[in-house]
Design a protein around this ligand. Structure first.
Ligand code: SF4
Length: 439
């Protein structure tokens, strides 16, 4: 019997990736085969992003491409791009347009359409190419939605209010992953520092005993034995002493890495952005964190060219970045998003200036990253075994402190060790990270 096949293409953030992973897994369990969209599947799912104008462009391109080359497939488009682009999607004659809130119903929708799916259960999961591309550090979605309304950000409009995943569901998912042999999970969400706010204010019940991220992390440590837990990104004002205390008491269970968006080192710009902290507050909090965890990797996001950003404001950002010595910086150029407050702000910064500022920050970021990486030579790093280059028998993976580490391995061993954490002694710089040997 012919297997029904599907493809999932994902743009954007970790939350989108984790939602796509869910769709792939569910459809696979229903007996459908995951393939690439170029193999003319029966169903093509496109999970889009709209965070910048570039994301919109990419979404339009991939939708047009997949649609034009899969005339006989059912095309399903979901994700944040859907919210403000219904007309485009209708003009493209997309079969199903699915809002973010209904994304988790896609497997059932397809299951119903794939009339013969019940006969397709005998497929070998591990041999399937798309499954092998799924994360070796699985993403666990703990929360959705944002109500912070930073003035440049479209996300609250497309993701809605805070919605926390009930903690039991999260724990069960992590326990399943640990049984499947994974060493690390990455807890993701749109605004994870707000985990639990809706549970504590919701109708009283069992779930309300877990009403904060700190509570949740404590439960994850207590109720699961997953080796390593990574927090994907957290706002500086949501890192409180309780959270730091849990990380400290269980530091062997948490990745030695925090991603804390800075966005700007100028109070004036932070205020215009609607960010709820000052540069001084950020700096002090980082000092507190580094005091507790001296070797922690601190990574950040910085935006250049926000409306009104002067040379002086930019100089403050540069200064702040140098003083903190982040181990990695993601630099974004401000891009106007319709439906946001910053769209209509005066004093827009010219593209040339934005590019120049972005170049400066990227080069500082590269220098800081190189020196952070160099400092790890000689260290024993705990690395998740992620991908194998079969041509040169080299495996790459991610360390707790977020460095890409490469090491040699026999090809036969890789399938058994994929997703596991291995001790690797770093002995030199290599490509974008380090080279080492298994201890
Ligand atoms: S915290 Fe700010 S930047 Fe992040 S999703 Fe919410 S509104 Fe957007």
């Amino acid at each position: 019997m012919k297997k029904m096949r599907f493809s999932v293409d994902t743009l954007g953030c970790k939350i989108n990736q984790s939602e796509s992973d869910f769709i792939v897994k569910e459809l696979f369990e229903k007996g459908l085969e995951p393939v690439s969209w170029s193999e003319r599947p029966d169903f093509c799912i496109i999970n889009t992003c709209t965070v910048t104008s570039r994301s919109d462009r990419k979404a339009r391109q991939i939708i047009r491409k997949i649609k034009s080359q899969n005339k006989n497939s059912k095309i399903i488009v979901t994700g944040c791009f859907v919210v403000f682009n219904k007309k485009f999607l209708k003009d493209c004659d997309i079969d199903f347009i699915v809002e973010n809130k209904d994304k988790n119903k896609i497997p059932d929708l397809i299951g119903r359409m794939a009339a013969s799916w019940k006969d397709l259960k005998s497929f070998d999961f591990k041999s399937c190419s798309q499954f092998n591309q799924m994360h070796s550090r699985p993403l666990v979605k703990i929360q959705d939605g944002c109500e912070q309304n930073c003035t440049y950000c479209i996300v609250p409009k497309v993701r809605g209010k805070y919605r926390s995943v009930p903690y039991r569901e999260i724990l069960n998912k992590i326990i399943d992953l640990q049984k499947d042999g994974f060493g690390e999970v990455v807890l993701t969400g749109i605004h994870i520092g707000k985990y639990g706010v809706d549970l504590s204010t919701g109708s009283p019940g069992k779930e309300s005993k877990i009403s904060s991220l700190a509570n949740l992390l404590e439960e994850v440590v207590r109720e699961t034995s997953i080796k390593r837990i990574r927090i994907s990104s957290i706002e500086v004002n949501e890192i409180d002493s309780r959270l730091l205390d849990i990380l400290k008491r269980n530091n062997r269970r948490f990745a030695s890495h925090l991603h804390i968006p800075l966005q700007s080192g100028s109070d004036r710009i932070l205020k215009l952005m609607g960010r709820p902290y000052t540069a001084q507050y950020y700096f002090k909090k980082i000092g507190m964190i580094s005091g507790i965890f001296p070797n922690i990797a601190l990574t950040t996001d910085v935006m250049v060219g926000f409306p009104g950003e002067s040379e002086e404001d930019f100089a403050r950002t540069v200064n702040m970045i140098k003083r903190i010595a982040f181990s990695k910086i993601h630099v974004f150029k401000f891009s106007k998003r319709m439906h946001t407050l910053a769209y209509g702000m005066g004093n827009q910064v010219g593209e040339e200036i934005k590019s120049e500022r972005s170049k400066i920050l990227r080069s500082i970021g590269d220098r800081l990253r190189n020196s952070y990486i160099k400092n790890q030579i000689g260290e024993l790093l705990n690395v998740v075994c992620e991908e194998m280059n079969f041509e040169n028998s080299t495996v790459s993976g991610t360390s707790g402190n977020y460095i890409k580490v490469y090491f040699p391995m026999d090809k036969e061993n890789f399938p058994l060790l994929k997703g596991k954490i291995l001790g690797v002694v770093a002995n030199s710089e290599y490509k974008n990270g380090l080279w080492g040997v298994i201890n």
